[in-house]
Ligand binder design. Structure first.
Ligand SMILES: [Zn+2]
Length: 103
């Protein structure tokens, strides 16, 4: 990932350890995907205590999350950065967003 935006010069890593917060966003996304896939599994295939269909969902959901991980990681960073930096249409005239404290 580049250190700064090529267009406006916005620094992405706003402070040391800034990206640790993306773990929480990534977790929320993973839970949302898991709940969605479980509901889809329930509707399309069904869930029963008489067989182990639910364990197939569990395994396939794990595989799905591992496959989606590169996109989830990037999406998490975008969402997390947007908590702190919003779009500025006058970005050519204003300074990039920085935290007030010194690192
Ligand atoms: Zn930019």
């Amino acid at each position: 990932m580049p250190e700064r935006c090529a267009e406006c010069g916005q620094r992405y890593d706003l402070e040391q350890g800034f990206w640790y917060g993306t773990g929480y966003v990534s977790y929320a996304l993973a839970v949302a995907i898991s709940v969605s896939s479980f509901i889809a599994w329930w509707v399309l295939i069904g869930v029963s205590t008489d067989d182990n269909r639910v364990f197939w969902w569990l395994g396939l959901n794990c595989v799905l999350l591992v496959i989606l991980q590169p996109w989830l990681m990037r999406l998490s960073r975008v969402i997390y950065l947007n908590f702190f930096v919003s779009f500025d249409k006058n970005y050519t005239h204003t300074a990039p967003r920085e935290f007030d404290h010194k690192q």
